[in-house]
Design a protein around this ligand. Structure first.
Ligand code: FAD
Length: 307
């Protein structure tokens, strides 16, 4: 029987691990398929407080990992595949084997959807990203593009006009799916140029491996052209990693865990922290903050359980 089982080793899971380990709760962290979480896919993180010169993303999570280990957190490379809630404890299936825990902190994140173009993985962090808030400021005075047509693509495009010299908005249709107010704002912006009826087909890098252009194909004409950009922002949505909890936890229409109060879910002893529940802020610091809150709530829950 575990006291605290933490699903995920991104910023949220690792912060929960630091707090619960320091509280002597001997947490077990399941790392999943992406140990360290999304920050391992980026290079420089400039907005995490405490690092005036910025810090390399993988280094930041490695530091958090070491900090949690120092206080006794245990780590396993397990993937949660099933879940059965109980009254005072819950059963979790990890790669086919069942374990029991009094509290569960779900910090399994949300995976950005990518385009599936050749060599895509290796280009992330080298002029390819899914987060304008995170990476927009690196592209001052240069052209960039956003791929997508929904509200988040429209928001990212408008945000990027603060930095970029020009923002191409590449969309497979000839009108945006975004709300009318957002679409009107995008279309009226002098720095944004929509590229309608077009789909990306290839990322083109320079000899240093950084993005230099995106090749697109006209959906109707079939003609291909190159758009010279220093960064491609893919904004076609995220998928929350909640599959094992479907049918047990209250999820919203897009599959994100609904937090009832603080990080509590609809089940006692089950808490959700970070991007798995937050589709609004999606930042390392907000995920870490929620990891802290979930740890404190789990600690209080365990104290009440013993009383
Ligand atoms: C390219 C890129 C650049 C970014 N840059 C910045 C930045 O500069 N600043 C910033 O603040 N934010 C940045 N972000 C956002 C930031 O990375 C996320 O907000 C943050 O990582 C969310 O943390 P998390 O712990 O909630 O989830 P994640 O980091 O997504 O971690 C999820 C964890 O859950 C595990 N997992 C998933 N499913 C399972 C399962 N079934 N069983 C077990 N484990 C599982 C995964 O292996 C992973 O360890 C960036 C994101 C991307 C993609």
């Amino acid at each position: 029987m575990e006291n605290v089982l933490i699903v995920g080793s991104g910023c949220a899971g690792l912060t929960a691990a630091i707090y619960t380990a320091r509280a002597n709760l001997n947490p077990l962290v399941l790392e999943g398929r992406e140990p360290g979480g999304q920050l391992t896919t980026t290079t420089m993180v400039e907005n995490f407080p405490g690092f005036p010169e910025g810090i390399d993303g993988p280094m930041l999570v490695m530091n958090m990992h070491k900090q949690a280990e120092r206080f006794g957190a245990r780590f396993e490379y397990g993937v949660v595949t099933g879940f059965e809630p109980g009254e005072k404890s819950h059963r979790v299936e990890i790669d086919g084997a069942w374990r029991e825990t009094r509290t569960l902190i779900i910090a399994s994140g949300a995976s950005a959807r990518w385009l599936g173009l050749p060599g895509e993985r290796g280009k992330i962090g080298h002029g390819l990203t899914s987060c304008a808030t995170c990476d927009g400021a690196f592209y001052r005075g240069v052209p960039v593009c956003v791929v997508g047509g929904g509200d988040s693509a429209a928001e990212e495009a408008i945000f990027l006009t603060r930095f970029a010299s020009k923002v191409y908005l590449i969309h497979r249709r000839d009108e945006l799916r975004a709300s009318k107010i957002m679409a009107d704002r995008v279309l009226a912006h002098e720095k944004i140029e929509p590229v309608w009826n077009s789909v990306p087909v290839e990322y083109l890098s320079d000899d240093k491996g950084e993005m230099r252009a995106l090749r697109v194909r006209g959906v109707k004409s079939g003609a291909e052209s190159e758009i010279g950009v220093k960064c491609v922002f893919v904004a076609i949505g995220h998928t929350p990693n909640t599959a094992p909890f479907v049918g047990h936890l209250d999820l919203d229409e897009n599959g994100y865990i609904i937090q009832k109060s603080g990080t509590r879910t609809n089940l006692p002893g089950v808490f959700a922290a970070g991007d798995v529940a937050d589709h609004v802020y999606r930042q390392a610091i907000t995920a870490a903050g929620q990891g802290c809150a979930a740890a404190l709530e789990a600690e209080h829950y365990l104290t009440d359980l013993e009383a």
